[in-house]
Design a protein around this ligand. Sequence first.
Ligand code: 5AD
Length: 372
Amino acid sequence: MKTEAQSPFDRLLEKALEENVALSLPEIARLLRAAEGEEETKLFQSAYQMKTRHVGRVVRLRGIVELGNVCSKDCFYCGIRRSNAKMHRYTMSEEEIVETALLGELFHYGSVVLQGGERSDAAFVDLIEGALQKIRNRSEGRLGITLSLGEQTPETYRRWFAAGAHRYLLRIESSSPELYARIHPSDHSYAKRRRALDDIRAAGFQVGTGVMSCLPGQTIEDLARDIAFFRDLDCDMIGMGPYIPHRDTPLGQLAESNLLTDSERLSAGLRMIAVTRLVLRDVNIASTTALQALAPDGRERGLLAGGNVVMPNLSAVSHRGDYLLYQNKPGTDENAGESRQALLASVERIGECIEPDAWGDSPHFGRRKGRQ
Ligand code: 5AD
């Protein structure tokens, strides 16, 4: 029988696949540095093995409602930042939010995400609270509801939880306070964002966070620490993607922001998913739209590298062109039904299945609740 000598990288992957090991920061960084070709392929295969073991070959769906692009934040990388005067601003009415979310039930997605620019004025807090109550009542509690609406007060989190939402996504963007400070204006605070994650959990939500890769000045060590940050936070869900420049933003105009090719960005995004799967194991990890912006099959590749959640867009075509966080965002000309068809085709292509009408909580959440 032919036996191939095992490389140190192979041994590291084997170690990562053992139960009850906690990889060190240098080990996490080494995995992220997988050489193009064989090492990278083996990394993705190992992550897929871990995914199969802990969350199965089932794609979890969350229909996204992009409910508004008015934003009080001015993040240097984001197309809907408040200083981008070129952006046409919109906010859906309560009725439109509710009707769009309920399409998610019609499509058997099981779960929806209400996402939008960050606003904390009283009218907005009331709008979301009212919409949540109606979605919960009209779907008779069958539709899972995630919020992705930025930093809010503990009181607002509690109100929105009481109104029917049960998961909250707030990306830390980078767990390095220095890098965070470089990509945000001085009125944004890393400490405040970090505290918001604790407030979200205290309000009762399942907590999701994430980061961008490929940020100018970001190192592999920064990304390794991001993954350790997710582990320390004991979070239930992760949404990450490579940074993609947007020309009408300060970061997008910096030459050093534009150095990487699409395929380099895609590879970085896939490695982050794979290593996060190996380290966090039983959480839900999104294969995000940013991957699809970089390659037509980016979303499938994210699932094959360890992701298990896809977020098809439910918003009307009339709003899609206005919700451009980055350039070349895909799906801006398709309606919700077409997004659904494209998604089902992706899932089928990679031989996975969906579980219709399921909330699809991560097994990690069930275990964490069991420990409490
Ligand atoms: N490229 C990639 N992701 C971006 N986001 C915002 N702007 C960009 C960009 N230019 C991400 C941020 C934010 C999420 C809603 O979108 O991580 O949390």
